[in-house]
Structures are given as structure tokens and as C-alpha cells.
Design a protein around this ligand. Structure first.
Ligand SMILES: Nc1ncnc2c1ncn2[C@@H]1O[C@H](COP(=O)(O)OP(=O)(O)OP(=O)(O)O)[C@@H](O)[C@H]1O
Ligand SMILES: C[C@@](O)(CCO)CC(=O)[O-]
Length: 517
């Protein structure tokens, strides 16, 4: 099942602003840089003349280690089709990967450059640390040391405390809410870097660009955590493949290792994630997920034949924080344990009913009756989420425009409080009606995508060279250097330059762990 991004009504990915980044970034990778960062990762600047660009490119090439080529990893966002929030409390949920993805470019510096630089232009973050100044002694203390194969289910407060001094000087002149985003992203990176790396680690530049709107309920944070975990595990040479001939059990082990550490990255951003988002982002496709005991691995049942449901994905463009919405439900549960407990149980029943429904032999994603039954489950699920207090007037407005016009069945997806909704579209609604709706939604500031679900999970491009159908293909392909990556215009430009789908289906270069047996 391939995924595709089909913006309706002339809206395209490059016009979408990643809302949180709108505070200061411009969304096309051409970012304003921190004034206190002037070397390593910052040796590439934007808006330069071509001569200047060439000089900088040469400089960067000279700096990069010939032993370790630049490489990339990518991981998808997700939609939760059933069971968000309940999944945090041990209930089941169904989620599927989407075609919007994060892309991380890793450049290794020459031996003498002892710095680690994070460049996250989507949120206008550039920061650099001296490797030798980081709290290695705390992370490598025998009582604390974790290994790449460990299952880490809690953030260690002492380890986190040791990171604080290294987070304090991030983006000092930015508004508090922007600094918080920067510090969250950096915290997640540093925790993984210090857990998996060592003081001998080479200097590197980690540059991330994402086509997933941030904080929209589409798993942007999880996809970043997956990219960071995968890149570090690759750098310390603990992963095998991905390779087309790799047996599926071996592929599954690699995916499991990445997923375990991605969960740690998610915990740094979210506090109390269920692990669903990073699991779908790592393994792709669609899954039924349940974690009853946080000290044990979750139960993950892949849905290899997840139906190609006709879904309309609408972004309210109302910013929200997953951590805040999750905390809200936890508080409600503390106040009304029995009542909220039964709402969570009811959500679990909806998820399990949906799982059985799509498994029925005569379930047909193009047939009215099948869609009606699935749609009703979505409406019930949404109603239960409303009762948990995680909807938002802008989400309810979508229901007013779609559901009450009899065009489909809508539920919020992800954490709610804003973010995105999904609508299961009725098949017999004329195209003109959908067009009218698209215009209405656009005029009210919504962003919409038409999407199918269930694409690949984490992917690797090693080295960062792609065949793009251009002259360079004859010389082995186009080298994706930092400059090209940073200058790709908008999310469409990123997709076109390095996208797993490249706008036209899978292209040569990206490799995925094939976990299907
Ligand atoms: N492109 C990005 N660049 C840098 N940091 C990002 C990016 N996307 C997400 N993040 C980090 O993830 C945080 C957003 O996570 P949050 O969980 O609130 O939203 P989400 O993952 O998009 O939604 P959900 O968890 O509901 O699916 C940001 O505050 C930031 O720290
Ligand atoms: C709200 C939630 O269920 C989904 C966020 O995408 C939180 C989680 O599962 O970690």
C-alpha cells in the first residue's frame, strides 16, 4: 500500500506552515541563524551567491570525514485511526503510517572537529556542543550505563538533570514557548546521544527537515525520535542492513532496537507516551498496539492488509501539545476513576470491534455498508474523546461541515486539543460536494490532505546519494550534501530532493527493513 499526499483545492505542501515553527522560521529551510553559532554546522549559510556557495561547499567537503560518508535516515508520521489516549492507559489502538516524513541528514566532521551540531530549520534551531564538555561520566557510570540492546522504559531523572546545564544556553533570545520547543528537541537528542554514544564519538552535524506539520497529531515528534535513534545506532555500527536479502526475523530485530530507543526519545519530549507513535513510525504499515505493563514490551500486531480507506485528513492549524492533552486525561481519570475508566474501556471496545470488522472476509473498503460500519465506529470513538475533554471547537467545526452534511464520519486523530481530524468519506458523495467543502475549509484556515495509509517505516540512504533521473545518475547519482538539503524549497522541495517517494513512487537509494514474513 503506497501513500500519497494529495493536497486538495490547490493547496500544496510548501504553502503549509509548520505552525510552531511559524514563530520564527520560514519553513523552507532558509532560516535565521543563532548569532552565537558560527562554525561547524553554521558554515553553510543561506541566500548566498553561487561563488560563495561553491566555496562553502568545498569547505564542508574538506571538513567531512572521508571514512564516514554523509548519510540520511527518514521516518514517517502516522494517523491513529482508533484508540488515542486510551492507549496511554493500557488499552488497544490502531494506527497507520502516512506519506509525510521526517528526513535527517548526518555529516561526520574531520577528526579535529570535536563538536556536535543540531540544525533543525523547521523550528529555527541551530545549536552546538563541545563533545568533551558533555556529561559522559554521569551517563557511563556503571549504575547508569545502558546498552544499545537494553529496554529503557523510564527517563532517569539524574541523567536528565545532568543535561540541564547543556540545555540552558539554547536560543537565549527566543520567546519562552519557542525555547521550550528547542529544548525539548535538543533534550531528546542529547539523551539518546549520551546513552548510545561515547566520548570518542566523532564530531557531526545532524540536520533535520520534516514534511509533517508539527504538533498536529501526526506524530512529528515520534518520527524525529525514530530518525535520531536510527542514525545513532547506525553510527555506532549496531544495526545490520537494511538489505533486500535480509531475513525478516533479522530485520525485525533491527526495527525493534530502533523502536526501543525512539521510545526513549519520545519520553524526553512527551513525558508519558504510550509508544504507539514511535512503533508505527519505525515499522510502518498499520498496527494494533497495546501496552498493559510499561516495564515490558508492548503487544504489536501488524495489520498487513489494512484496507485502503478513503480518508480526508484535515489540519485545524490549531497548535496543541500532546503532553498537555495526555496530562489532562490523566487528571480527569484521577478525579473520576470509575467513570473515566469505563470511557477508556469503551474506547478499547471500539478499537477491538474495528479490528474484527476490517478482518471480516467481506469487508470491502469501497462498499457502502462496510464503510458505514467503520464510520460509525469512528463517530463513537470521537464522541468518547469529546467526553474526555480533548476535542476543540475547530475540530467540532469540521464535524459540523462534514458529518452533519452527510458526507462522512469524522474523528480527531492524535492528541486532540487542535491538531488534525480524519474523515471516512462516503463513496456516493459527488465530487462537486467535496470541492465545495474544500473551498469552505480553506477559507476558514484549515489545511487538507487526501491520503492513503500504510507506507514504509524507517528508511536509510547510505551514503546520501540518490538517482533522480538527472545527468548525475551516470556518475552514480546525486550527492545530497548539507547545502542542497538545507536549500530545498519548502516541504515540496524536500520531498522532491530526497523524498522516499520523490513525488513519483519509490526511487532508487532508500532502503527499508522488510519485517513482513
Ligand atoms: N520538524 C521538527 N523539527 C524539530 N523539532 C520537531 C519537529 N517536529 C516536531 N518536533 C518536536 O516535537 C514536538 C511536537 O511534539 P507533539 O507530540 O506535541 O506533536 P506531534 O508529535 O506532532 O503530535 P502527536 O504526538 O499528537 O502525534 C515539538 O515541540 C518539537 O520539540
Ligand atoms: C494521545 C496519544 O494517545 C497519541 C498521540 O499521537 C498519546 C500517546 O499514545 O502517546
Amino acid at each position: 500500500m503506497s501513500t500519497s499526499k494529495l493536497p486538495l483545492n490547490g493547496t500544496n505542501g510548501s504553502q503549509r506552515s509548520n505552525r510552531n515553527m511559524a514563530v520564527s522560521g520560514n519553513g523552507n529551510g532558509n532560516t535565521t541563524h543563532e548569532s552565537n553559532s558560527s562554525s561547524d554546522g553554521d558554515s553553510i549559510h543561506d541566500g548566498r551567491s553561487s561563488g560563495e556557495a561553491a566555496r562553502r561547499k568545498k569547505l564542508l567537503r574538506k571538513n567531512s570525514s572521508p571514512m564516514m560518508p554523509a548519510f540520511m535516515v527518514s521516518a514517517p508520521g502516522k494517523v491513529i485511526v482508533f484508540g488515542e489516549h486510551a492507549v496511554v492507559h493500557g488499552k488497544s489502538a490502531i494506527a497507520a503510517s502516512i506519506s509525510l516524513r521526517s528526513y535527517l541528514h548526518v555529516t561526520t566532521l574531520s577528526k579535529s572537529r570535536r563538536t556536535i551540531c543540531l540544525r533543525f530549520p523547521d523550528v529555527d534551531l541551530v545549536h552546538k556542543w563541545n563533545i568533551d564538555d558533555l556529561p559522559w561520566s554521569v551517563f557511563s557510570h556503571p549504575s547508569k550505563k545502558k546498552y544499545y540492546y537494553d529496554l529503557v522504559t523510564r527517563i532517569d531523572p539524574e541523567l536528565m538533570d545532568s543535561l540541564q546545564p547543556h540545555l540552558e544556553d539554547i536560543s537565549p533570545h527566543k520567546p519562552t514557548e519557542v525555547r521550550k520547543i528547542h529544548q525539548n528537541s535538543a533534550k531528546s537528542f542529547l539523551y539518546l546521544f549520551l546513552s548510545l554514544g561515547s566520548q570518542k564519538f566523532p564530531g557531526c552535524i545532524y540536520t533535520l527537515r520534516s514534511t509533517i506539520p508539527i504538533g498536529a497529531g501526526l506524530g512529528s515528534s515520534a518520527s524525529i525520535a525514530v530518525c535520531l535513534a536510527a542514525s545513532l545506532l547506525l553510527q555506532i555500527r549496531t544495526l545490520s542492513g537494511p538489505h533486500p536479502d535480509q531475513p525478516s526475523e533479522e530485520a525485525r530485530l533491527q526495527v525493534e532496537r530502533i523502536n526501543r530507543w525512539a521510545f526513549v526519545g519520545e519520553m524526553c519530549i512527551h513525558g508519558n507516551p504510550s509508544g504507539l507513535d514511535n512503533t508505527v513510525s519505525t515499522q510502518g504499515k498499520a498496527v494494533v498496539y497495546q501496552r498493559t505493563d510499561y516495564d515490558k514490551p508492548p503487544t504489536v500486531t501488524p495489520l498487513w492488509n489494512f484496507p485502503e480507506l478513503p480518508l480526508l485528513l484535515v489540519d485545524t492549524r490549531q497548535p496543541k501539545s500532546t503532553a498537555v492533552e495526555v496530562a489532562k486525561v490523566a487528571k480527569l481519570r484521577d478525579t473520576h476513576p470509575k467513570l473515566v475508566g469505563s470511557i477508556l474501556d469503551a474506547i478499547d471496545k471500539v478499537t477491538r470491534t474495528a479490528e474484527s470488522l476490517i478482518d471480516e472476509e467481506d469487508f470491502d473498503s469501497e462498499e457502502q455498508e462496510s464503510l458505514r460500519r467503520a464510520g460509525e465506529l469512528m463517530s463513537i470513538n470521537h464522541g468518547l474523546l469529546v467526553s474526555l475533554g480533548v476535542s476543540h471547537p475547530r475540530l467540532e467545526r469540521i464535524r459540523e461541515l462534514v458529518d452533519y452534511q452527510g458526507m462522512g464520519w469524522t474523528k480527531l486523530t492524535g492528541a486532540g486539543g487542535g491538531g488534525c481530524s480524519i474523515t471516512l468519506m462516503k463513496p456516493d458523495v459527488p465530487g462537486a460536494e467535496w470541492k465545495k467543502l474544500a473551498g469552505k475549509l480553506e477559507s476558514e484556515g484549515y489545511q487538507q490532505f487526501k491520503t492513503t495509509l500504510g507506507g514504509d517505516g524507517v528508511g536509510v540512504l547510505w551514503p546520501a546519494v540518490l538517482k533522480n533521473g538527472l545527468d548525475e545518475d551516470e556518475d552514480g547519482g546525486m550527492e545530497i550534501d548539507l547545502e542542497k538539503f538545507l536549500n530545498a524549497p519548502g516541504t515540496d522541495g524536500v520531498e522532491k530532493l530526497v523524498g522516499v517517494h520523490g513525488g513519483t513512487g519509490e526511487r532508487e537509494g532508500w532502503k527499508f527493513w522488510r519485517v513482513e514474513s
